[in-house]
Design a protein around this ligand. Structure first.
Ligand SMILES: [Zn+2]
Length: 299
């Protein structure tokens, strides 16, 4: 934990605390601890209320004078909010442990009405994503999507694994980052309960055959050409796009990543997914607009 962010070191008492605690003089350290409680709500006084969690930082918000409220995603508890005390006072790079899409190991303590982060250690900062504006924005899209589809509903190991794997894939230059995102969208929809129906018409239940079809966000999947024409909100979808979606839905990453994804096809998939996701979330996402702008300005 030597490299980690430590809540105690955020205060001006750093040197005194380290000195006394380091010398293991309990009476003195308790005295100092008590003197900090008013401004600090010192979390380490009762060890049994502390626990460790691995998390990915989704976002943070300035909180009070010097603190930050973090929204985290964890395997064990789903979405969790916790306060990092004094983090904005620190000039050091330690605050970087708590930046969006960093994977961290946390020591948390239950405060009176909220969780407090007492220590943070980076597991993976995904540095390759931070040097490149396009990949940074793609990573922000990954966490925005997860954030928008989840509430504090508890344990979700599969979703946590998908999140971490997706960020790792984005950080690897040899993967097509568009393909990483399209695969992520389909898997995420599965895990949050909005798996689109791609094999039978949602109106007449006929099996979908190899020809251009329609997609209805409202009904959550594909409609045959006959039914699609009479459903107002349904959009045409080409058979190539549909093939991709089906392939992603049925495949693991090693199979899915082998498929080449030409730019025009990616565009079509992206537009279709944005239509479906926006419908499900009842309003647009922030990052896709920014992503499109970067791509346009850079190409
Ligand atoms: Zn039909």
């Amino acid at each position: 934990m030597s490299e980690g962010y430590n809540a105690q070191s955020g205060a001006d008492f750093t040197i005194i605390l380290f000195f006394y605690v380091g010398r293991n003089e309990p009476a003195v350290s308790r005295l100092i601890t008590n003197s900090l409680t008013t401004s600090y709500n010192h979390p380490m006084t009762s060890r049994e209320r502390s626990f460790r969690l691995e998390a990915v930082v989704l976002r943070h918000l300035d909180w009070g004078e010097a603190d930050r409220m973090l929204t985290l995603f964890t395997a064990e508890q789903g979405k969790v909010r916790a306060v990092a005390k004094g983090v904005r006072k620190m000039r050091s790079r330690k605050a970087g442990h708590l930046e969006p899409f960093t994977r961290v190991n946390l020591l948390l303590a239950r405060g009176r009405d909220m969780l407090l982060i007492t220590q943070a250690e980076t597991v993976d900062a995904f540095l390759a994503l931070r040097d490149d504006l396009l990949r940074t924005t793609q990573a922000l899209y990954v966490i925005e999507l997860l954030d928008r589809f989840t509430y504090e509903e508890g344990e979700n190991h599969a979703l946590y694994r998908l999140l971490v794997e997706t960020l790792s894939r984005l950080a690897q230059a040899d993967f097509n980052s568009d393909l990483v995102l399209r695969y992520y969208e389909i898997r995420l929809l599965d895990l949050v309960g909005f798996r689109p129906q791609l094999f039978r018409c949602l109106n007449c239940e006929e099996e979908i055959i190899a020809q251009d079809q329609y997609f209805s966000a409202e009904r959550g999947g594909v409609l045959c050409p006959r039914c699609g024409r009479i459903v107002l909100e349904a959009r045409p979808v080409t058979i190539d796009t549909l093939r991709y979606l089906r392939h992603f839905q049925r495949s693991n990453w090693s199979e899915a990543s082998r498929a080449p994804l030409p730019t025009p096809l990616n565009r079509e998939l992206e537009i279709l997914m944005q239509y479906y996701l926006t419908y499900l979330l009842e309003r647009g996402l922030n990052t896709p607009t920014f992503l499109r702008r970067i791509r346009r300005d850079w190409s």
